[in-house]
Design a protein around this ligand. Structure first.
Ligand code: NAP
Ligand code: GCO
Length: 262
């Protein structure tokens, strides 16, 4: 048997949420390179259009949809449209996410709820929308984009850490509830990655920039390309007995106490 076929996504339909750019876009590129048909959504038409342009420039015939993943009705309609226009979804990546860096005592309950809504409620909503068809099809892959903050806290990210910690447990629960239908649900926990979301932390003078490099054995920020291989693995038949796991792609941060100050 050609073992490498286990890593192929030929003929599979992948939905990546929030994938006009950033981590979601890179994961979609990796999937397309392995033969998958790409569907993605973003909250604004202008970002969907920009995303479609980028995919086209990268030679990828992607299908873009305007969908606020916190809106259950929009999600249901979008999943139906994808099933009609592209095919039944084999692979779901719950990637869309936001962060608000505000000290907890200064954060409003509405701001806290907004982060939980996108980063935790939405993965529940979208997973719930795709699981019935995955059961009918006899297989499915759900990959939740977790975070270092699924394991660790830090100042100003209380809502985000609560959401990403919850997303780790939602991952384990989907595994528990639907593993018998040949659905594997795993997480990817990126470390600190160069995307628009972390741009404010990566200015040369920002203390956090040096801090992260001192805490990372790889001594660098991650790139979205670093996530492509792990995402392909978790979407492919090569991981059919991997379930309920969060694969940290963090350059070793979680294993390392950090470089001692010189
Ligand atoms: P990003 O650059 O901010 O991109 C986030 C994407 O999600 C954008 O396309 C955004 O669209 C979309 N989005 C936000 N709210 C949405 C909603 N309600 N409905 C649909 N789409 C929505 O973020 P990123 O750095 O690529 O991160 C992607 C995922 O990885 C997030 O879940 C993040 O928490 C996680 N993560 C990131 C890092 C990192 O270091 N960058 C590390 C660990 C985990 P708009 O632009 O239109 O708002
Ligand atoms: C922050 C960063 C992190 C990363 C990521 C780390 O402010 O600490 O934005 O939260 O986005 O989640 O894994």
């Amino acid at each position: 048997m050609d073992f490498l076929k286990n890593f192929s996504l030929e003929g599979k339909v992948a939905l990546i949420t929030g994938a006009s750019y950033g981590i979601g876009y890179a994961i979609a590129k990796g999937y397309a390179a392995c033969g998958a048909k790409i569907a993605f959504c973003d909250i604004k038409q202008e970002f969907v259009d920009k995303g479609l342009e980028s995919y086209k420039n990268d030679g990828i015939d992607a299908h873009g949809y305007v969908c606020d993943v916190t809106n259950e009705e929009m999600v249901t309609q979008t999943v139906q449209k994808i099933e009609q226009e592209v095919g039944v979804i084999d692979i779901l990546v719950n990637n869309a996410g936001i962060i608000k860096r505000i000290p907890m005592t200064e954060m409003t309950a509405a701001e806290f709820r907004q982060v939980i809504d996108v980063d935790l409620n939405a993965p529940f909503i979208v997973s719930k929308a795709v699981i019935p068809s995955m059961i009918k099809k006899g297989h499915g892959k759900i990959i939740n984009i977790c975070s270092m903050m699924s394991e660790l806290g830090r100042e100003t990210v209380s809502a985000y850490a609560a959401a990403k910690g919850g997303l780790k447990m939602l991952t384990r629960n989907i595994c528990s509830e639907y593993g018998e239908y040949n659905i594997q649900c795993n997480g990817i926990g990126p470390g600190y990655i160069e995307t628009p979301q972390t741009a404010p932390l990566r200015t040369p003078e920002h203390p956090f920039n040096k801090f992260i490099i001192s805490k990372t054995p790889a001594a660098r920020w991650g790139t979205t390309e670093d996530l492509m291989g792990p995402a392909v693995f978790l979407a492919s038949d090569a991981s059919n007995f991997v379930n309920g796991h969060v694969l940290y792609v963090d350059g070793g941060i979680l294993a390392y106490i950090g470089k001692q100050p010189q």
